[in-house]
Design a binder for this molecule. Structure first.
Ligand code: SF4
Ligand code: F3S
Length: 106
């Protein structure tokens, strides 16, 4: 599976969802996750993310390893998003800031 990581939080550019052939992205208030059961590992989404927030599970940076379980958990409760929206209003201010998990809204 592919995994959305910390740099998506408070940005949510949503370019990723446009290319997913199986609509396996799920949307929360300020973060997206990938359903690991549905993802077919096509790899199309990763290069689309302006925040470089998407990784293959086996290539996750060590400090992002906990996002594997977080994607699986939240994909079960958040609705599918299949079409891009406008990014969050302050996306360009928050991208690449780091330490954003504390701001995750569920
Ligand atoms: Fe969708 Fe492919 Fe990305 Fe998986 S790797 S989330 S199937 S675009
Ligand atoms: Fe998030 Fe990147 Fe998609 S910021 S919404 S993973 S394009």
């Amino acid at each position: 599976t592919y995994v959305v990581t910390e740099n998506c939080i408070r940005c949510k550019y949503t370019d990723c969802v446009e290319v997913c052939p199986v609509d396996c992205f799920h949307e929360g208030p300020n973060f997206l996750v990938i359903d690991p059961v549905e993802c077919i590992d096509c790899s199309l989404c990763a290069p689309e993310c302006p925040a470089d927030a998407i990784y293959a599970a086996d290539e996750l940076p060590p400090d992002q390893a906990h996002f594997l379980d977080l994607n699986a958990e939240l994909a079960q409760v958040w609705p599918v998003i299949a079409e891009a929206r406008l990014p969050l209003g302050e996306a360009d201010l928050w991208v690449d800031r780091g330490e954003k998990l504390q701001y995750l809204e569920r």
